[in-house]
Design a protein around this ligand. Structure first.
Ligand code: NAP
Length: 459
């Protein structure tokens, strides 16, 4: 081994350690930012190590790739709004998976004939996972952005067609493994995998897309790990495996928080039956004036803010912190209730509130805050809907039956901030809005909160 290849292996070791600490950091909101920096450091070390230690055929393509990647990355980081983060993440998965598939094609063209059986097996996995994740992630991004029809696309015999496509893809991989010179079969596997990615994601509604994305993240990670086996690159094997399994664990945790199974998410067509299963909730929604709402808050002793997706779309995180500080200044105890799937991605509310410098000590998880609602004077629901829908607890026939909720309806009074009669992501009606303890303050969450803060100052 030469000195430069020793250096490369050393940077890979450093990168792998940094990736492990990064994952640990990202498991808690307080250390998540540090975790991201560690991951970036690890990636930087791996790239520098490779450029110094590996045999470089031509710098032209590397510099071109670096330039295109940096421009795209900067665009995605600076101009894509926080609310579009899920589709941005889906695009990143598509790019990562496409890179794995392209490396696989390159390896087949250059070394296809002389590969060992083990490497050929890894190459098959790399091509299948990389290709299906590319098209699957593009469809997911399109659905989340609203470019592609968001409702589940279902047809008769769909599961049979999907199973058939899957079997053809795996059959091609097996044939290629036995006959490494069968290039037609190799490229057929590639094509069928692209088609399978589309078929896999179209039956899933956009409501379940975040779970699907973390599954696709997992596939992209496993595709990278397979690339590592094909290239004999240790850091790719370690990073890809970490990515693959953390993505899978995240999918399971998200399903648990929604009381769904992975198979139900993948094959259930959730969202297709919403129209029929929408609750027939009677009664009227009672509107409240800004001054009455401010009065309730100013004279309360315990207030709980319950943020949801509407807080993100309104970018109301700073406004809620300002209102909370005003109330605390008047001696009101203020807490924030965080549901694990509020918003559109895991930790969405934590990220937004951290950005507005809301102290972590004021954030309470569902299990901690639910017992406190009966002694809460006012629960302020800010653009949340599904995560406070009492039907999930009370109506076994509801589409979201069994999903754990924030039990705001047990508070003495509930004020809901939303723009109108819009439903939650599940598309279901919410009986909370018709309860006698609930009053509605209509308007964009940010402007409602700012006006509330002004009104509280005049009480
Ligand atoms: P939600 O159920 O989607 O409801 C959001 C509410 O916000 C809507 O009813 C909407 O009503 C209101 N809203 C939208 N823009 C607003 C604005 N600018 N100002 C004020 N209100 C606004 O949100 P959620 O309660 O946070 O629930 C999250 C949903 O996403 C759950 O169904 C969950 O299962 C699903 N999900 C989340 C994740 C995750 O990782 N977080 C993953 C998978 C699925 P108006 O239109 O009337 O204003």
């Amino acid at each position: 081994m030469t000195l430069t290849s020793y250096f490369m292996e050393a940077t890979y070791l450093v990168a792998s350690i940094l990736f492990i600490f990064a994952l640990k950091g990202m498991s808690h909101p307080e250390t998540a930012r540090r975790g991201m920096f560690l991951a970036e450091g690890g990636m930087f070390a791996a790239i520098v190590g490779t450029l110094i230690g590996a045999h470089i055929v031509t710098w032209v393509w590397i510099i071109a790739g670096l330039a295109v990647g940096s421009i795209l990355g900067a665009w995605m980081a600076i101009w894509v709004p926080m609310t579009a983060m899920p589709q941005r993440t889906a695009l990143s998965h598509a790019f990562g998976a496409l890179a794995a598939a392209l490396v696989g094609i390159g390896e087949f063209v250059v070394h296809g004939q002389e590969m060992s059986a083990v490497t050929r097996g890894a190459l098959g996995f790399e091509i299948m996972l990389g290709s299906l994740t590319t098209t699957g992630s593009l469809i997911a991004a399109g659905k989340l952005q609203g470019i592609i029809y968001g409702k589940p696309v279902q047809f008769r015999g769909q599961n049979i067609v999907n199973l058939g496509t899957f079997l053809v893809m795996v059959g091609c991989a097996a044939f290629f493994w036995m006959h490494p010179d069968a290039s037609t079969v190799f490229y057929s596997m590639l094509g069928v995998a692209f088609v399978f990615g589309v078929l896999l994601v179209i039956p899933i509604g956009s409501a379940d897309m975040p779970v699907v994305m973390s599954l696709l993240n997992s596939y992209a990670g496993l595709a990278s790990a397979a690339t590592g086996f094909v290239l004999g690159n240790n850091v790719l094997i370690i990073a890809g495996t970490l990515d693959g399994f953390s993505g899978f664990i995240l999918s399971v945790l998200m399903c648990k928080a929604m009381n769904r199974s992975i198979t139900n998410v993948l094959f259930g067509g959730f969202g297709a039956v919403v129209a029929e299963s929408a609750a027939q909730t009677g009664g009227v929604m009672r509107e409240i004036t800004l001054d009455d709402a401010a009065m309730q808050l100013a004279f309360a002793s315990r207030v709980v803010f319950v943020p949801g997706y509407g807080l993100a779309t309104a970018q109301a995180q700073h406004a809620v912190r300002e209102l909370a500080e005003l109330l605390e200044g008047r001696g009101v105890t203020v807490k924030y209730a965080i549901h694990p799937v509020a918003g559109r991605m895991p930790g969405h509310m934590n990220v937004l509130l951290a950005e507005a410098n809301v102290p972590y000590s004021s954030l309470y998880e569902m299990e901690q805050i639910n017992p406190e609602f009966p002694s809460t004077d006012v629960a302020v629901v800010i653009g949340a809907n599904d995560v406070v829908n009492p039907d999930a607890r009370d109506n076994p026939k509801s589409l979201i039956a069994g999903m754990p909720i924030l039990e705001v309806d047990r508070a003495k009074s509930v004020i809901v901030l939303k723009r109108g009669q819009g439903r939650g992501f599940s598309g279901l009606e919410n009986p909370l809005f018709f309860k006698t303890c609930t009053s509605m303050l209509y308007g964009d969450a940010k402007s409602s909160l700012s006006h509330l803060a002004q009104a509280v100052q005049h009480v």
